[in-house]
Design a protein around this ligand. Structure first.
Ligand code: SF4
Length: 224
């Protein structure tokens, strides 16, 4: 089988790119099931806080921190009135703890003042909250509210989408826009979640394992 190259990518029409995307999705489907989040939560507030904590941190680490956290802070008002230093101490091991604590408190203050202490359920409302970007909003919307309004673009999705030639950007929002134009909406949720698995397993940041990758014939960045 002939490999798809960077030269092929340069002259690829949008129509052909969409065809290639479809083939890639069907190959990914052979390998990965759509995983649910590993984060442990029992309500949308806990999910929102967990997703905020998961930035630059593993789900496993977040799950080690949240039982204690959610025992101490149960309601939106518990977080909005939290003592910064105490909150920072509890979430310390998730990294970037100062910023995360500041955002969590500000976010819950806004949920209290603007949304009657109820976690909102639309993209526009969620991204109006401090510290909540489209990635966090997409996670909360799809995971808890069963709504797909975009594609989760984390570091793996960003890197692999660029390697596959689906977007040239380093910016998550611009990449998400490119992906939403390319992918059929029915694949938005699947694509975001399985590329995270693919990035962890094979298409690693430093050394992608292209020889073992079932996308290698369709990927212009394959190292074979
Ligand atoms: S061929 Fe290599 S660079 Fe392309 S998706 Fe597979 S592992 Fe990543």
């Amino acid at each position: 089988m002939k490999y798809f190259t960077l030269a092929d990518l340069k002259k690829e029409s949008n129509f052909k790119k969409i065809k290639r995307v479809d083939k890639i999705i069907s190959l990914l489907k052979k390998k990965y099931k759509s995983p649910k989040t590993a984060l442990q939560y029992i309500n949308p507030l806990q999910l929102l806080i967990s997703v905020m904590l998961s930035a630059q941190c593993t789900d496993i680490r977040v799950n080690l921190v949240t039982p204690n956290l959610f025992k101490r802070y149960k309601k939106v008002s518990d977080f909005s009135n939290a003592d910064h230093f105490e909150l920072e101490r509890i979430i310390f091991s998730t990294g970037f703890y100062r910023n995360k604590a500041k955002n969590i408190i500000a976010c819950c203050k806004k949920i209290e003042s603007d949304f009657n202490s109820v976690v909102p359920s639309t993209m526009v409302e969620l991204i109006s909250l401090p510290g909540v970007g489209r990635k966090t909003a997409n996670c909360v919307l799809s995971e808890y509210f069963n709504k797909v309004e975009g594609i989760v673009v984390d570091t793996h999705v960003l890197r692999i989408s660029k390697r596959l030639g689906f977007s040239k950007y380093e910016d998550a929002v611009k990449t998400e826009i490119d992906l939403m134009e390319l992918l059929n909406k029915k694949y938005w949720l699947y694509y975001g979640s399985v590329l995270i698995s693919h990035g962890r397993e094979l298409c690693k940041a430093r050394t992608p394992l292209c020889a073992e990758c079932n996308l290698k014939y369709l990927c212009p960045s394959n190292l074979i």
